[in-house]
Every structure is written in structure tokens, then in C-alpha cells.
Design a protein around this ligand. Structure first.
Ligand SMILES: [Zn+2]
Ligand SMILES: [Zn+2]
Length: 148
């Protein structure tokens, strides 16, 4: 858990989660770690963009349904768990750590979690982290199919 701090608000708190199709369901009990946004090439390709994940010790997780959970070895020391039904990219674990991380998008309620910083963002300086001043584009959604 050296990358980002444990979040003070999460010890003992139970977070439920699932993949998109619901075939993989789980819970994880805090403390959870702050979210690093990882821009490494592996995360970029597997997550579709940067990867935002929180983490906890492996014994903090309870897999309620995992028949479609498949593990993919993305590098020599790392496995990533995904749902072979819907393709959701759920988990990350290193062979040499007792920590497993979960993509925050899999959690039913990730609103208490905060971003701790970026990893490998300097490798992609034009992409980088989203600055706090990133404009809110929600109001533009209703007009997204306008030709103009
Ligand atoms: Zn699924
Ligand atoms: Zn990464």
C-alpha cells in the first residue's frame, strides 16, 4: 500500500461490486487505498484509457460469484482478473504482494474514494491526469448529436 495512503474513512466499511453483466459479484472490506490513476501501457490497453483502482489486502475480498472470472497474466509478475462474459476488467494482483486492486468502476458506490495521484502520467505529458479545472461537459450531452 505504499503507492497511495489508506483512506481514513474506509476501515471496516464494506464495498459491494460487480462486473457489467453481474456474473462476477464481490465485496471488499476497507481500509481501501486512495486511487492511483495509472497511465502505463499495460493499463492503457487493458482499461481502454488510464486505470483508476483502489486496493486492499487479498483477504479483504469475498467473491460471491466468480464462475466467469478469468485471470490473464499481463506481465511476468502481474495477473489481471476479468469477466469472460462481458469483458469487464476487475482485478489486478502482483505475485509478490498480499494486495489486490479493483477498478473503482466495479464498485456500486465508489463516491467515498479519492484519487491520490498519477502513475506514469509523465510518460504521456499531453494526456496526463485530468486537472481540477477540467470543464464539466454534462450540459453538452443533450446536444451531442447536433451537427454543429
Ligand atoms: Zn460480466
Ligand atoms: Zn498500470
Amino acid at each position: 500500500m505504499a503507492i497511495c495512503k489508506k483512506m481514513q474513512s474506509t476501515p471496516g466499511q464494506i464495498f459491494h461490486g460487480r462486473c457489467h453483466c453481474g456474473a462476477v459479484t464481490f465485496s471488499v472490506t476497507g481500509p481501501l487505498r486512495q486511487i492511483p490513476a495509472c497511465h502505463c501501457d499495460d493499463c492503457r490497453r487493458l482499461a481502454g484509457a488510464f486505470r483508476a483502482a483502489t486496493a486492499a489486502t487479498r483477504d479483504s475480498y469475498r467473491l460471491a460469484s466468480d464462475a466467469s472470472l478469468t485471470w490473464y497474466r499481463s506481465s511476468a509478475q502481474v495477473q489481471r482478473g476479468f469477466c469472460n462474459q462481458c469483458g469487464s476488467n476487475l482485478f489486478y494482483q502482483r505475485d509478490d504482494e498480499d494486495i489486490m486492486s479493483v477498478n473503482t468502476g466495479m464498485l456500486d458506490n465508489p463516491d467515498d474514494l479519492s484519487v491520490g495521484g498519477g502513475l506514469f502520467a509523465q510518460s504521456h505529458p499531453k494526456r496526463g491526469l485530468l486537472p481540477a479545472t477540467t470543464p464539466d461537459l454534462d450540459d453538452a450531452l443533450s446536444g451531442r448529436f447536433d451537427a454543429s
